[in-house]
Write a protein that binds this ligand. Structure first.
Ligand SMILES: [Zn+2]
Ligand SMILES: [Zn+2]
Length: 113
């Protein structure tokens, strides 16, 4: 009879990873850093833990995603508060989208034959 003894060589430590909850530095949301990913990180010798949730990471990866500088303005025409995707020039009256459209239509009304 042959005895098969199960033995672990010295120095082998079974590392068990457990899912960890981290906080996203971008949106502040809590996200799970899964055990599987921690193992992957350890294998690749990544020292830094993920700092962003999946959504934020995807967004950063997505090169077509651009942060538009939305500026809060008050429409000079109707007084409505809105945002514009550009930096308004100081001193110039800013119109909301609908008023801007209206004013454009009005100024374009020249030369009726
Ligand atoms: Zn996030
Ligand atoms: Zn307006």
């Amino acid at each position: 009879m042959h005895h098969n003894r199960l033995s672990y060589p010295d120095g082998v430590v079974a590392v068990t990873y457990i899912d960890r909850v981290l906080t996203c530095i971008d949106c502040g949301a809590e996200f799970v850093f899964p055990a599987g990913e921690q193992e992957f990180f350890a294998e690749k010798n990544f020292r830094n833990e993920p700092k962003r949730c999946k959504a934020c990471r995807m967004r950063r990866k997505d090169k077509t995603y651009k942060v538009r500088p939305e500026t809060k303005i008050t429409c000079a025409e109707c007084g409505k508060e809105t945002t514009v995707p550009f930096k308004p020039t100081q001193g110039k009256p800013i119109l909301c989208r609908s008023c801007f459209k209206k004013s454009k239509e009005q100024t374009g009304q020249g030369g009726t034959s």
